[in-house]
Design a protein around this ligand. Structure first.
Ligand SMILES: NC(=O)c1ccc[n+]([C@@H]2O[C@H](COP(=O)([O-])OP(=O)(O)OC[C@H]3O[C@@H](n4cnc5c(N)ncnc54)[C@H](O)[C@@H]3O)[C@@H](O)[C@H]2O)c1
Length: 254
């Protein structure tokens, strides 16, 4: 499915690349020929993803980052550019998702609310801000923000998370309008409930969860998101910006 060479010569940063969807994006981009900065709060796991890429003959670098911290996001961009001289693709995938306790909206504390917004919404903004000088200088770039289909469906006891993923779509549209003149494309992917380590921790019997609601009646796997990400990262999507692709096996229509 991944066409080798389709991202040849490109340099990508994937935040939250240590595991789950982020790791699937890293491996696919590397297979397509991109050099990949695997950036994550969990540096040790980011190194594992990097080792997997290197073992297959790809090019990768593990970077520690807290996307909610401006200095850290700027350092991530600078270290990537220092290593490869350019930044072509940013996947804003890191988020507070795994381990986030579900609770009624009136039981969420202001501190919990603020932390989800800081990582899930401010994080993508700070990372876009950090890579934009390189992309602007190149007059080209692809920013891919990871939202969630739960923004369209709503979800009880998840108000901070659902709201944050709506914020990601707002950010996508705003940046698309602002960066189009620089040849920078900004799009989003809204995955459905996908069988990652985080999902399996959150929901019992995750492999059955919501399957009957889909048009395609099987559980979504991280690899199911790879096609959309490769498309948005490549020149095949060069006249597309500000859009959100829902990839969920037909559970949710926009
Ligand atoms: N798995 C799903 O069902 C699903 C569905 C829709 C959307 N999503 C979105 O897809 C993305 C990945 O989901 P996943 O299931 O792989 O989740 P995950 O929790 O396994 O992965 C998130 C990654 O982000 C990293 N991270 C967390 N906070 C960070 C920070 N402040 N700075 C840098 N890195 C940080 C974590 O260490 C982790 O590696 C998230 O944006 C999530 O909201 C997931």
């Amino acid at each position: 499915m991944v066409e080798p060479g389709s991202l040849g010569g490109r340099v990508a940063i994937v935040t939250g690349g240590a595991r789950g969807l982020g790791r699937a994006f890293c491996l696919a981009f590397a297979q397509a020929g991109a050099a990949v900065a695997v950036a994550d709060l969990n540096f040790e796991q980011a190194q594992n993803t990097t080792a997997q890429i290197l073992a297959k003959g790809g090019d990768a670098l593990a970077l520690p980052v807290d996307v909610s911290d401006e200095t850290s996001a700027q350092r991530m961009a600078a270290q990537t550019a220092e290593r490869w001289g350019r930044i072509d693709i940013l996947v804003n995938n890191a988020a507070i998702y795994g381990g986030l306790a579900r609770k009624p909206f009136d039981a969420i504390t202001p501190e919990e609310w603020d932390r989800v917004m800081a990582v899930n919404v401010k994080g993508p903004w700070l990372c876009a801000k950090a890579v934009s000088p390189w992309m602007k200088a190149q007059k080209a770039g692809k920013i891919i923000n990871i939202s969630s289909a739960t923004f369209y469906s709503g979800s009880a006891n998840w108000a901070h998370y659902v709201t944050s993923k709506g914020g990601v779509i707002g950010l996508t549209r705003a940046l698309a309008k602002e960066l189009g003149d620089y040849g920078i494309h900004v799009n989003a992917i809204a995955p459905g409930f996908t069988l990652t380590e985080a999902s399996q921790q959150l929901i019992p019997n995750a492999e059955r969860y919501g399957v009957e609601r889909g048009a395609l009646k099987r559980a979504e796997q991280p690899e199911d998101l790879v096609g959309a990400a490769l498309f948005l990262a490549s020149s095949a999507s060069d006249f597309m910006t500000g859009q959100t692709m829902i990839v969920d096996g037909g559970r949710q229509f926009n």
